[in-house]
Design a protein around this ligand. Structure first.
Ligand SMILES: Nc1ncnc2c1ncn2[C@@H]1O[C@H](COP(=O)(O)OP(=O)(O)O)[C@@H](O)[C@H]1O
Ligand SMILES: [Mg+2]
Length: 137
């Protein structure tokens, strides 16, 4: 059987900076319910804030969905970030450390990938971006 999302899933609209903090906090709470503790909570919250920040900066608005998943007897947190912004023309390039079209650090996407267990980007120029990431307990 494939992964199943439990009814704990929640959606957070991302429209401005304050929503990044909200997504970070909700992610932390949900991760704690999965059983994560200590630095894992900070790791998950940091990955969520990076992709939520990218929504605000590059797409202006979007949403983050947080859920608890079960797969193969394991529980984990799943984070799905969606926007209808400009999309990412070259995902491999965007995933490189230090690559930024905004003259910022260029560590958000590669950093989030390193912090989480699974990381996937689907993006189409002119249509938007969906990032799905998971961390298993
Ligand atoms: N949601 C998004 N929509 C469009 N482009 C994005 C999105 N997220 C990231 N990008 C692109 O990927 C690049 C790398 O992102 P990131 O690693 O977070 O670094 P930074 O935000 O510091 O530039 C960004 O500069 C931007 O060009
Ligand atoms: Mg970024």
């Amino acid at each position: 059987m494939g992964p199943s999302v439990t009814p704990d899933a929640m959606q957070i609209a991302i429209n401005h900076d304050g929503d990044i903090v909200a997504a970070r906090q909700k992610g932390r709470e949900l991760a704690a319910r999965v059983g994560f503790a200590g630095s894992d909570l900070t790791i998950i919250a940091t990955a969520i804030s990076e992709i939520a920040r990218n929504i605000v900066v590059y797409a202006k608005r979007g949403e983050v969905t947080l859920g608890i998943e079960e797969r193969g007897g394991k529980r984990g947190i799943v984070v799905i970030a969606r926007d209808s912004g400009p999309g990412i023309p070259d995902i491999a390039l965007a995933m490189r450390d230090g690559y930024s079209t905004a003259n910022s650090l260029g560590l958000g996407l590669p950093g989030a990938r390193r912090l989480m267990d699974e990381f996937e980007i689907v993006s189409k120029v002119g249509e938007g971006t969906i990032i799905t990431m998971r961390k298993w307990k």
